[in-house]
Design a protein around this ligand. Structure first.
Ligand SMILES: NC(=O)N[C@@H](CC(=O)O)C(=O)O
Ligand SMILES: [Zn+2]
Ligand SMILES: [Zn+2]
Length: 346
């Protein structure tokens, strides 16, 4: 059995830089047409000039026979100026601005400490320029339970923000809860949307502890209860326009995952399409897969849908235990497991 769909785009991707970029970029380019590239490098990509130069490094890291197109983002800080948004829009290379609450996740130490106090002029300019705000939606207050941080962020930041600036386009990234599904569905279609990762569709928080601590299932926002996973599966397989593919593929070297204080992030680029197909097939909704992977994202961003196609073949294949590079190894999601749908690459 084969399934041919419009080539998907990845609306949330970490490509890193240096050796890691060279290692992982070909995996994304093999399956995806475009990707929204996250700016949480060290130092973070806070200016249009830096985004344009990062884009050039990505282009150099790509195989020669690919049409993969990186869509760049800026990392919002307390001191980002409205003029930077004008430059970003003019560049034609920057497609969104990313909000990391300071301390929320990997390389977020330069993130925003006071959104309403410091960033309103920038957010107003973004609304003006139709530049989406992408949000890592978790509060960072250590008194808030780690499993409640998304819900509390919705109540204390996102709801008030939507009320204050209804014209601002917002993408809630990597949603993990029924609360997030409900919030996104309560907003105006086309103004608030969400990306969904393979891990939050396939795994619940038991996967963190199954047979011992499982560092390769650790990401942020952390996996949640089964009821939340089910709510997210229902949302994406319903055919709603508000949800689209964002892998949040976040490679870290094996030794940075398998150690005390291991990094958050799951490497899913090579397996993501197979995993999304598995989710939709198990929900009896394979006919809705293409809407989620290939239509809703570009429609929300106001970009053309891809004209090229990709075929998935139903044929068991085994996910590699790891990918080995000169600098070390990267362990992919579902390492060593057998998957049913295999993307056909020529
Ligand atoms: N998702 C993660 O667990 N990690 C991401 C950062 C992020 O998307 O929050 C990373 O850059 O490693
Ligand atoms: Zn994040
Ligand atoms: Zn991410």
């Amino acid at each position: 059995m084969e399934l041919t769909i419009t080539r998907p785009d990845d609306w949330h991707l970490h490509l890193r830089d240096g050796d890691l970029l060279a290692a992982v970029a070909p995996h994304s380019a093999a399956h995806f047409g475009r990707a929204i590239v996250m700016p949480n490098l060290r130092p973070p990509i806070t200016t249009t000039a830096a985004a344009v130069s990062y884009r050039e490094s990505i282009m150099k890291a790509l195989p020669t026979n690919t049409n993969f197109e990186p869509l760049m983002t800026l990392y919002l800080t307390d001191s980002t100026k409205p003029d930077e948004i004008k430059l970003a829009r003019k560049s034609g290379a920057v497609f969104a601005v990313k909000l990391y609450p300071a301390g929320a996740t990997t390389n977020s130490q330069d993130g925003v400490t006071d959104l309403f106090g410091r960033c309103l002029p920038v957010l107003e300019e973004m609304a003006e320029q139709s530049m989406p705000l992408l949000v890592h939606g978790e509060v960072t207050d250590s008194n808030v339970d780690v499993f409640d941080r998304e819900k509390v962020f919705i109540e204390t930041v996102l709801q008030p923000l939507v009320q204050r600036l209804p014209q601002l386009k917002i993408v809630m990234e990597h949603i993990t809860t029924a609360d997030a599904v409900k919030f996104v569905e309560s907003c105006t279609e086309g103004s608030v949307a969400a990306t969904v990762t393979p891990q939050h569709l396939l795994l619940n928080r038991n996967s963190l502890f199954q047979g011992g601590l499982q560092p390769h299932n650790y990401c942020l926002p952390v996996l949640k209860r089964e009821i939340h996973r089910q709510a997210i599966v229902s949302a994406v397989t319903s055919g709603s326009k508000r949800f689209f593919l964002g892998t949040d593929s976040a490679p870290h070297e094996r030794r940075r995952k398998e150690c005390p204080c291991g990094c958050a992030g799951i490497y899913s680029s090579p397996v993501a399409l197979s995993l999304y197909a598995k989710v939709f097939e198990e929900a009896g909704a394979l006919d809705k897969l293409e809407t989620f992977t290939s239509f809703n994202g570009p429609d929300f961003y106001g970009l053309p849908r891809s004209k090229s196609k990709i075929t998935l073949r139903k044929r068991p294949w085994v996910v590699p235990e790891s990918f080995t590079f000169s600098f070390g190894e990267i362990v992919p999601m579902f390492a060593g497991k057998t998957l049913e749908w295999e993307p056909v690459t020529s």
